[in-house]
Design a protein around this ligand. Structure first.
Ligand code: ATP
Length: 289
């Protein structure tokens, strides 16, 4: 079984400033962190640290940030597709944070958009029945639909985390086996109106599993919050890994494993740098509940 995560990879620059800048204003700030990010990359990295074979399908640009991302990923066990960079700028998120925990984020998606649907479907044509396709919300609804349709034709398991949310994603649920949504996405897209397994995350309140007409709540693991970036991605990846490694469908144990991993991520600064290590994840996934 092989997991394909189709999405984005970014460079996350975090800036600390006294206040968020207003229109026309120049401020001094401090660049406190540079890390790889992007929901596709985050989920692929954590899945691979769980010991699963993963291909991250994400375009990067032919600039110094694209090369930097490539070097950073050498420390991980995942495969990156395409191997060569695209003739665009690498996607970047500029995160402004203030001392009172306010933030504002600007993010680009040129590289994610430049990776053509046909290039991705050509790769998915090599997938086998039982392989997995995971997507997030960084592609257009049309591109997202085309990839899920291709995956279904190959009898792959499909997993959708529609973040950032777009209203037209609502049409895609019939192509999805497992939906992973936060409360806002759940309200807007209503995945439970079709026959989909739904995992709904509730921040510090934990998560709910809606399956076969039943709902189960799994509480969050108490944590000292340092930086919540990547919490949802850690949760999704560990929930899915726990499920796949036990050859089952999402259950309370998978949500419990995921909650523990997410609590580790939020207790540390950064994105990739905050994710639990392979050893930590192996110990956590070995817990029987
Ligand atoms: P993201 O901000 O990464 O996009 P999200 O909105 O997708 O996150 P959340 O529901 O905020 O996802 O969080 C995902 C999981 O992370 C939660 O189900 C919970 O297990 C854990 N989590 C988030 N915030 C906290 C917290 N303050 N304390 C403990 N656990 C938390």
């Amino acid at each position: 079984m092989h997991i394909y995560v189709a999405g984005n990879i970014t460079v996350d620059e975090t800036w600390q400033c006294s206040a968020l800048p207003h229109k026309g204003e120049s401020l001094h700030g401090e660049k406190i962190m540079v890390d790889t990010g992007g929901k596709g990359a985050n989920q692929a990295i954590v899945l691979s640290r769980c010991g699963l074979p993963v291909t991250l399908i994400a375009g990067r640009g032919n600039d110094h940030y694209g090369e930097w991302i490539y070097q950073q990923l050498q420390a991980e066990t995942l495969q990156l597709f395409p191997e060569t960079p695209l003739p665009v700028h690498t996607d970047t998120s500029i995160i402004f944070t203030t001392n009172d925990d306010d933030n504002a984020i600007i993010t680009s998606c040129d590289a994610a958009s430049a990776l053509e649907t046909a290039t991705i479907t050509a790769l998915l044509e090599t997938a086998r029945p039982g392989d997995v396709l995971v997507q997030q919300g960084n592609f257009t609804p049309e591109k997202t639909r085309a990839l899920f349709t291709c995956a279904r034709s190959k009898q792959m398991l499909t997993v959708f985390n529609p973040s950032p949310v777009q209203e037209d994603f609502r049409q895609l649920w019939p192509l999805v086996d497992i939906a992973v949504v936060n409360e806002h996405e759940s309200r807007l897209l209503q995945p439970d109106t079709v026959h989909t397994l739904v995992v709904e995350t509730l921040g510090s309140q934990g998560a709910r599993l809606h399956a076969h007409g039943h709902t189960e709540h799994v509480p969050a693991v108490p944590a000292t919050v340092v930086d919540t970036t990547g919490a949802g991605d850690t949760f999704l990846a560990v929930m899915l890994a726990s499920t796949l490694l036990r050859n089952t469908r999402p259950d309370a144990l998978a949500l419990h494993h995921a909650s523990q991993a997410a609590a580790i991520t939020i207790s540390r600064p950064g994105t990739r740098l905050a994710f639990p290590s392979r050893a930590t994840l192996a110990a956590l996934l070995a817990q029987a509940g």
